[in-house]
Write a protein that binds this ligand. Sequence first.
Ligand SMILES: Cc1ncc(COP(=O)(O)O)c(C=O)c1O
Length: 409
Amino acid sequence: MTTLLPSLPPQSTLLTQASQVLMHNYSPAPLVLTHGNACTVWDAAGNAYLDFTAGIAVNTLGHAHPAIIEAINTQAQQLMHVSNLYATQPCIELATQLTQLGRFSKALFCNSGAEANEAAIKLARKWAKQHKHPHATQILVFGNAFHGRTLGALSLTPKEAYQVPFAPLMPSVKVGVFNQTENLDTLITNHTAMVMVEPIQGEGGVNVATPEFLQALRRRCDETKTVLWFDEIQCGMGRTGTLFAFEQVEGVLPDGVSLAKGLGGGFPIGAILVNEKLADTFQPGDHGTTFGGNPLACAVGLAVLNELTQPAFMATVRDCGSLLHEGLGQLQVDFPQLVVDVRGWGLMQGLALAEDQLAVGDLVTHARNAGLLLVGAGGNTVRLIPPLVVTPTEIHHALGLLRSILGGV
Ligand SMILES: Cc1ncc(COP(=O)(O)O)c(C=O)c1O
């Protein structure tokens, strides 16, 4: 796996081509990745990297996992796409398993996280208009939330740099303070259709919702007949050590949840799962997407789910998560001037850096040069979100690289 792929032009040529033909809406690292295996990826110059980004919390089973390859091969030979004019077995089976595991009633499939949240917005508004109040259209989100880049989802992502160039956005969005319970009575009213929240904010800086906050949201939503929606696009699918992050919060079941990223382990798929109350809100003609529930994507989702639900899998994620969390905590003890906080559950960990000492972008660059791929987040925080199949040895290796980088600052 460490050899160069024979037919590739040099990495520098590929990077020049990329800059010429691809729009500049990203700032990619100066690498062209060619192949991967488990938690390692290789670039076009033959360098190996330990991948602690997992395609931004996507490659649940790492790279080139045999179960995913097998699912793609088998399903592609049977049926790849038929549209929602017809049902297919992988789609039915994935909906059945996800709803049973999460104690939901029905599923709807799409192709990405933003698209899942768009569906949630439409569904909650339709339900609230019918069952709550004709003017119950408001949506409450929280500071530092990230719910996607399409216009509806972007309206729920309260970050000026993301929103301002594209204004005007969707009206009737309110923004509360994450983890603040005091003013929920004024924020969630007769006019609120839905509250959308990430149990752990990913892009916003790996900010963990307190159980009290989520419980207070549930209580107020019950009082006001408001839809409580969890965006588990980043923190779901086993990343926190349980299949759904909300399983770790006592007494809180959302009315609906959005999934994407880890659900396909690298194959594009998104989903929303809803409880019985919301299950029949969409009627024919209300919503749709050509590729949603595509049998190939669903077959991959089933392969991922099959691995995640193996008896020891989640316990291993929790053990590896603790190892990573404790190791990062030790870095905070040893480098208190550089590391100001360590946050997260399971294999979704954030290392918050002192803003005036070390920029997150610089740490990401140093780490990449040392062979470790990391991704930044808000609040000058670096995210450690490796594949869920990461090994203790790889975690020790990543921590060792971080230690020597911090030691050299
Ligand atoms: C919590 C959350 N919601 C929504 C999205 C948007 O997902 P996508 O990029 O697949 O549209 C993301 C992506 O980072 C996310 O982390």
